[in-house]
Design a protein around this ligand. Structure first.
Ligand code: SF4
Length: 377
């Protein structure tokens, strides 16, 4: 079979012996089945690249049907993954919500490990696959379940709000989760429930500082950072403004507060995408992971994107090749200890039970920074 076009064999997908990824070929049949997908990404995927991508995309889309699988693709996936094999696409809140409602028996997470764990926690009876088990996150690795237990012991009167970019164990010892879409709403809701003016928000210190500027609730935090967003500086924003005075500058709340204050708009990846769609600026600069601009540009061909970006090395571990191999061999299944999963689910569910906003809310970039101390344990 290696080196031979599958369509030359006359077999259907269920009888096919799926070859090594390198043996998949771009023939007329694959071209006919994928031309409509290339039309979607032609501005961000070159004609030179497409013959390498198309056979994998075609095979993955057939394997999804064969395996009863749905692919959750995060906004930071490369455009050929996000636009050509992703079934559900978006930010981590949307993916978490859809994972809970998915009808398919198999979920493949095109994203990082904590996202796959979240899907497993919310859908414990489904098979959850991740193409690369090493696809981690600097925020998730900045804190452990034992750290959260120590924080709880030191601050028993304050609720612990945990960003979803964390392990199942960290979620398990927390009181409620949040994403960058709903962080302000979660902090205010949990403060009211606990009748307190102080909330602990972990592990992203920059998200915590940016949330603190938006609310009257006092916040204590942890010294974790996203290694992608922490690299942006106010000087970067000024340089971009000088070079492109007609561009709207849009930041993510994982960026340091000084970066957010220098921007025109700030919000989660979902809020960023909505802003561009609704405002349709002539020129936009998204201060976030590299693939986001490519994916948003597919939906907004009239907007010119300037692309200063930092690659997330964890997100970039996911490729068409390892998605194909994971579905072909049904490998890299994500498991979560059932006791941990049950507790983590309670934290996630507390978040999902809050009223859903029609659109992901934005951060007011004009609000003054406030002091946000670190917890001491
Ligand atoms: S972009 Fe940042 S927060 Fe997202 S997975 Fe990468 S390191 Fe983690």
């Amino acid at each position: 079979m290696d080196g031979m076009s599958w369509t030359e064999t006359g077999t259907d997908a269920s009888e096919r012996i799926w070859p090594e990824a390198s043996a998949l070929v771009y023939d007329d049949a694959v071209k006919a089945r994928t031309d409509h997908l290339y039309a979607r990404v032609k501005d961000v995927v070159t004609p030179m690249e497409w013959p390498a991508f198309a056979p994998l995309i075609d095979a993955i889309n057939q394997l999804k049907v064969l395996r009863g699988a749905t692919i959750l693709a995060h906004n930071y996936m490369t455009p050929e993954i996000f636009n050509c094999v992703g079934d559900i696409t978006g930010d981590s809140l949307k993916l978490a919500q859809v994972a809970a409602e998915a009808e398919e028996d198999v979920i493949l997470q095109a994203g990082v490990h904590f996202m796959a764990e979240t899907a497993k926690i919310l859908s414990p009876n489904k098979t959850v696959l991740i193409p690369d088990m090493e696809a981690g996150c600097s925020l998730a690795s900045s804190i452990t379940g034992a750290d959260v237990q120590a924080i709880k012991s030191a601050y028993p009167d304050y609720p612990i709000v945990t960003y979803v970019n964390t392990s199942a164990e960290v979620k398990a010892y927390s009181d409620i989760c949040c994403t960058s879409s709903n962080a302000v709403q979660v902090v205010e809701a949990v403060a009211k429930q606990w009748n307190t003016d102080t909330v602990i928000m972990i592990p992203d210190q920059y998200l915590a500082k940016n949330v603190a500027a938006q609310t009257g609730i006092k916040i204590l935090t942890w010294q974790g950072e996203c290694e992608v967003h922490e690299q942006f500086t106010p000087e970067d924003i000024q340089d971009l403004r000088d070079a492109h005075p007609d561009a709207v500058i849009i930041t993510h709340p994982e960026c340091p507060p000084e970066v957010m204050a220098a921007a025109d708009f700030a919000g989660s990846t979902g809020a960023m995408a909505n802003y561009v769609k609704e405002k349709s600026p002539n020129k936009a600069i998204l201060i976030t992971e590299c693939s986001m601009s490519d994916n948003v540009s597919v939906e907004n061909p009239g907007v010119q994107f300037i692309k200063p970006c930092n690659l997330c090395p964890h997100m970039k571990r996911i490729s068409l090749t390892n998605i194909y191999e994971a579905l072909r061999d049904m490998k890299h299944e994500v498991e979560v200890d059932p006791l941990i999963a049950e507790k983590a689910k309670a934290s996630l569910q507390a978040m999902l039970d809050l009223p859903k906003a029609d659109n992901p809310p934005s951060f007011d970039t004009g609000k003054a920074a406030v002091a946000v101390p670190y917890v001491t344990i």
